[in-house]
Design a protein around this ligand. Structure first.
Ligand SMILES: *Cc1c(COP(=O)(O)O)cnc(C)c1O
Length: 357
């Protein structure tokens, strides 16, 4: 494994208070950078002061979207230990995104080391208030000085980190979701299962229109028949119908979430089976009419578990849980955050200690 060199920032910034963080607006004093050159592989792994990077204006990430990213968090535990949650899974997924975008694979162990070292150097930036965390954004962008459409020969791999406020500032609250009938996010054989910028670019217009109608996020249907439930913005989705937990099967156009996977594993460990299968919007509407759509929730690193209180599909409005949070939703949220913040034992060995805060 290559050595990671460190250049300390000679001008560290003042740290904002935990009350004023928001999401994705503040960056720490350092970042991790590594370069790829065909023939040489990944090289020059380094931690350097946070700041602008130099890119060729012809770079294919700018023109053709040859980029991938990840999203993960470090948590300040109740025992003063800073922990990561399943970072190996993030870099495994980064490599499968790389494969789809024709980007060379990274050394997953080196990536976990890079995150640990970076977080340790900026450990004073890990916020401590209830529900806050240090958001970690690894990403890769192509950087060739060439306008032709082809997989690049040079790349940057960068990790930036950002203290973020609690997702739910006034407690876990149900969200309203718009089922998107017109636009689609991904199709089988496309890039839906990869964490890549283009998927998000394709989703922005639907998001704007949903916001205009008072909905916080879009629930995507499959790209071919627009019948089957896929996922929400940056979350996978689960339903409890007539006592059964169901979630869309990973058919190739859905992002395989680590929170989704962990939720399934927790539910199974509790003796609650989860059916991964195709689910139609029609089926949910019928369950709702019959009073059997008991719970709905999204899962993702940002919100962990997000209760859904309303689904709008065409003219149909499905109210779920009467403004309350379902039992399974709440139990999963408590368990997942309990493990992340070290409040309950990590029986699944999901967390990785970084250092004492
Ligand atoms: C990142 C992401 C998710 C959630 O994945 P986690 O690993 O649970 O954070 C779900 N859907 C999309 C489209 C995503 O980009």
């Amino acid at each position: 494994m290559q050595e990671i060199s460190v250049t300390k920032n000679p001008n560290p910034k003042a740290r904002p208070t935990d009350a004023k963080l928001g999401f994705g607006k503040i960056f720490t004093d350092h970042m991790f950078v590594m370069n790829y050159t065909t023939g040489q592989g990944w090289h020059d792994a380094r931690i350097v002061p946070y700041g602008p990077i130099s890119l060729s204006p012809a770079s294919s990430c700018l023109h053709y979207g040859q980029t991938v990213f990840e999203g993960m968090k470090a948590y300040y535990g109740v025992d003063g230990t800073i922990r990561l949650f399943r970072p190996d899974e993030n870099f495994k997924r980064l490599n499968s995104s790389n494969q789809r975008l024709a980007i060379p694979p990274v050394d997953e162990e080196l990536c976990v080391e890079a995150v640990k070292k970076l977080v340790e150097i900026d450990k004073d930036w890990v916020p401590r208030w209830e529900g806050t965390s240090l958001y970690i954004r690894p990403f890769i962008v192509a950087n060739d000085d060439f306008l032709g459409v082809k997989a690049a020969d040079e790349y940057y791999f960068i990790i930036i980190i950002s203290p973020s406020g609690a997702y739910y500032e006034s407690g876990l609250a149900p969200v309203r979701i718009y089922v998107e009938n017109q636009y689609v996010r991904a199709v089988r054989g496309g890039t839906g299962a990869a964490k890549t910028g283009g998927n998000y670019a394709a989703s922005l217009l639907a998001q704007v229109e949903a916001h205009e109608q008072g909905y916080s996020q879009v629930l995507w249907l499959d790209g071919v028949e627009r019948k089957y439930i896929e996922e929400v913005g940056a979350m996978n989705v689960f339903f409890v119908v007539d006592g059964q937990v169901i979630t869309p099967a990973l058919t190739g156009s859905i992002l395989p979430g680590i929170t989704r996977k962990s939720s399934i594993e927790l539910l199974q460990a509790w003796g609650i089976p989860v059916k991964e299968r195709r689910i139609t919007a029609q089926e949910l509407a019928e369950a709702s009419d019959a009073g059997k759509l008991e719970e709905a929730f999204g899962t993702g690193t940002a919100a962990v578990v997000s209760p859904i209180g309303e689904l709008k599909w065409g003219d149909k409005v499905m109210n779920i849980g009467g403004g309350k949070i379902g039992l399974i939703t709440q139990r999963l949220y408590d368990a997942m955050t309990g493990i992340q913040y070290g409040r309950i034992p990590d029986e699944h060995h999901w967390t990785v200690e970084v250092c004492k805060g």
